[in-house]
Design a protein around this ligand. Structure first.
Ligand code: SAM
Length: 198
């Protein structure tokens, strides 16, 4: 979906993130599709991510979330993706956006990545909930080693996450924004949900 707002923001940030890419998708690891900018605008309006925060985008693809949050909030962002090919595109975007030490792209499977200082985690339908359980375990271990307040942001429309998230005892829901057809130009409504790691 390339609506005018998505094209406008890509052009403003001097990056190319609009075209989806499912070449490396399998039944556990989903393909690339960027979060609509209108959703990222709402995410920033929630005012839960602050300049001094470090955000991890699990499954960053071409890096849209990193560039948007860094430009609008001023926070640090780490984009993690298992696809070397997509990360190359993210790195080209970083050259065009203007190199900064506040954006880092890392080639790793999310389930193998050990979060260090990060306190905010963003996911837009990157992988199955089975993989997410491993990711959550790593977040939990990281919180034990370095106690801090942790927020996890999910943008999703799938039944899989809709049914799983409310049953996951390690996290608690603190905020939800629902996006209807008219906003995201999609037949299936989607939610941006914010959870706190307990
Ligand atoms: C739906 S896209 C989301 C892109 C970006 N986060 C955004 O919101 O604009 C999902 C991304 O997750 C990546 N991905 C899938 N499985 C992964 C895994 N196990 N570890 C890391 N990245 C993964 C895909 O390559 C793809 O780029």
């Amino acid at each position: 979906m390339n609506d005018a707002n998505d094209l406008k923001w890509d052009s403003k940030l001097n990056i190319s993130t609009n075209v989806f890419d499912y070449m490396e998708e399998d039944y556990q690891n989903y393909g690339y599709d960027p979060t609509p900018y209108v959703v990222l605008e709402e995410l920033v309006k929630l005012d839960l991510i602050k300049k001094e925060d470090t955000v991890v985008d699990y499954g960053c693809g071409k890096g849209r979330v990193s560039f948007f949050l860094n430009s609008q909030v001023g926070c640090k962002v780490m984009g993690i993706d298992h696809s070397e090919r997509l990360l190359e595109m993210a790195k080209k975007n970083l050259e065009k956006y203007g190199k900064t030490d506040d954006i880092t792209f890392i080639h790793s499977k999310a389930e193998e990545y050990v979060p260090g200082e990060a306190n905010c985690f963003y996911l837009y339908n990157p992988f199955s909930t089975k993989i997410f359980r491993h990711v959550l375990k790593r977040i939990g271990e990281s919180k034990e080693n370095n106690p801090r307040e942790i927020l996890i942001f999910f943008y999703y429309s799938t039944i899989e996450y809709k049914t799983y998230l409310p049953t996951e005892p390690r996290i608690e829901l603190i905020k939800t924004v629902t996006f209807g057809e008219e906003t995201i130009n999609d037949r299936v409504p989607a939610k941006l949900s914010v959870y706190r790691y307990k």
